[in-house]
Write a new protein. Structure first.
Length: 265
């Protein structure tokens, strides 16, 4: 993983060189719609409150959980004992990004959603509220964390979320076998080159023209930047959007030529 100063320099370069996020000079109607309805939609949807209350509850919870880490680990904690509050603070997506994912799902209305990396389920809750009748599978390896997320989904009335426990290396193929297609996937765990490329190629077998894949932390490390490069260059990929903290991948044939956007967010 890059050090904090390295990341800060990378972020500054991104910020100075990215398109300004207003849509000026963007000719694709699809991307223009993404900018206006996803990036720049500042509506305070009522669903936001429900999830942010849940986040606040976790932030006040000092219970200690034992974490079994299958991924690239935490950049903050090096022990396998962590409080719920610390997980909520450091692992859950901040509301700016989680709400962006909510707006994407709200706009594209995918019928099947997959999340790799549930943690406490903050983003899962946003995804579910954006499309309550979607088939939603969220995968998590840390048993105690997954159990807590699952318990909270039930208590908070999220009946239709399937929490799949175990290493993605074992569970992803099983979930994919049962799905005819994957319309939306958020890959937010195991931030290393080879696993990320492997999950991408597994997902590719189930994509359709409208599928959307979102990769987290694409600039977090050299390995993740290499994985992002592999993904961007894949022949099936027609368009990508780099928002620095996440990378979004589209497969729509309407993009006759591959297009890569870097947009300030
Ligand atoms: C950044 S957190 C997910 C945050 C969550 N998506 C959110 O926004 O609230 C990443 C999660 O992925 C899990 N994870 C990482 N690698 C994994 C693997 N190989 N198999 C299963 N779970 C894994 C970790 O245990 C961790 O809880």
């Amino acid at each position: 993983m890059y050090s904090a100063p390295q990341l800060a320099i990378k972020y500054l370069c991104y910020y100075l060189t990215a398109s300004n996020g207003k849509g000026h000079g963007i000719h694709s109607p699809f991307i223009f719609q993404f900018i206006t309805r996803v990036l720049n939609d500042h509506t305070q949807y009522k669903e936001y409150d429900k999830v942010e209350k849940l986040r606040q509850q976790f932030l006040n919870d000092r219970t200690i959980l034992t974490i079994q880490d299958f991924g690239a680990g935490s950049s903050v904690s090096k022990t396998n004992q962590r409080s719920v509050a610390s997980i909520a603070k450091n692992a859950s997506k901040p509301k700016k990004l989680a709400q962006l994912l909510f707006r994407m799902v709200r706009l594209y209305q995918p019928s099947s959603i997959l999340e790799l990396g549930t943690s406490l389920g903050i983003t899962t809750a946003y995804l579910s509220l954006a499309k309550p009748d979607a088939k939603l599978f969220t995968l998590e390896g840390a048993g105690e964390v997954a159990a807590l997320a699952e318990k909270n989904f039930l208590v908070s009335g999220f009946q239709d979320i399937s929490v799949v426990k175990g290493n993605f290396d074992d569970t992803l193929s099983v979930v994919l076998e049962g799905l005819p297609t994957v319309c939306f996937a958020f890959i937010d765990g195991n931030h290393r080159k080879e696993p990320t490329e492997k999950y991408f190629s597994q997902l590719l077998a189930k994509i359709n023209n409208e599928s959307v894949l979102v990769f987290d932390d694409i600039h977090w490390s050299r390995e993740m930047e290499q994985a992002w490069e592999t993904i961007r260059n894949h022949p099936s990929v027609r368009c990508t959007i780099d928002l620095f903290f996440i990378g979004i991948v589209f497969f729509r044939q309407e993009f006759h030529e591959k297009q890569h956007f870097v947009i300030r967010y």
